[in-house]
Ligand binder design. Structure first.
Ligand code: CMP
Length: 142
């Protein structure tokens, strides 16, 4: 099905000048960027975004890191966009991610892992709405 998913190039990806490299992979896989925004998240914004992880031991470090520098947030649109983006990213832990994936090729650690992607179509809706209004999204399909 035609889906949308929320993607973030995390602070380490922006810092290492990997925005274009990550976008190239999305575009070559047929995913279309239909909204994009650069922002430096506040700690409160990072905590809100990762609220589902609030009880996890890594929550404090994760939110501190995600608010440590600018990120670029985008909505990807395409057939099976949620799963396709997760395939492109590879496993959360770069040590477990396949070669040829964003994290396998580019990430330094499980925390500094270059990219975030929604894990389900349901969460994608919530995550997209966290950053974008309906009018911010520019579908190529109309
Ligand atoms: P992300 O897809 O953005 O979702 C939650 C993030 O928490 C994850 O990527 C990792 O960067 C980060 N994280 C840090 N430690 C862990 C861990 N032990 N397990 C899962 N995610 C972790």
């Amino acid at each position: 099905a035609l889906e949308r998913t929320l993607s973030i190039v995390k602070p380490d990806g922006v810092q290492k000048n990997l925005i274009g490299e990550v976008y190239r992979r999305f575009e070559q896989a047929g995913l279309k960027i239909v909204a994009a925004r650069m922002m430096h998240l506040s700690l409160a914004q990072a905590e809100g975004f990762y609220a589902v992880h609030r009880e996890r031991p890594f929550f404090k470090d994760l939110t501190k890191y995600m608010s440590s520098g600018p990120v670029i947030v985008q909505v990807l649109e395409g057939e099976n966009a949620v799963a396709k983006n997760r395939e492109l990213m590879g496993a959360t832990d770069p040590k477990k991610a396949d070669k040829g994936t964003i994290r396998g090729d580019l990430a330094a650690s499980i925390e500094e892992n270059v990219a975030h992607g929604s894990d389900s179509a349901e969460n994608a809706k919530i995550e997209i709405a966290y950053f974008f209004a309906a009018a911010d999204i520019c579908p190529r399909t109309r």
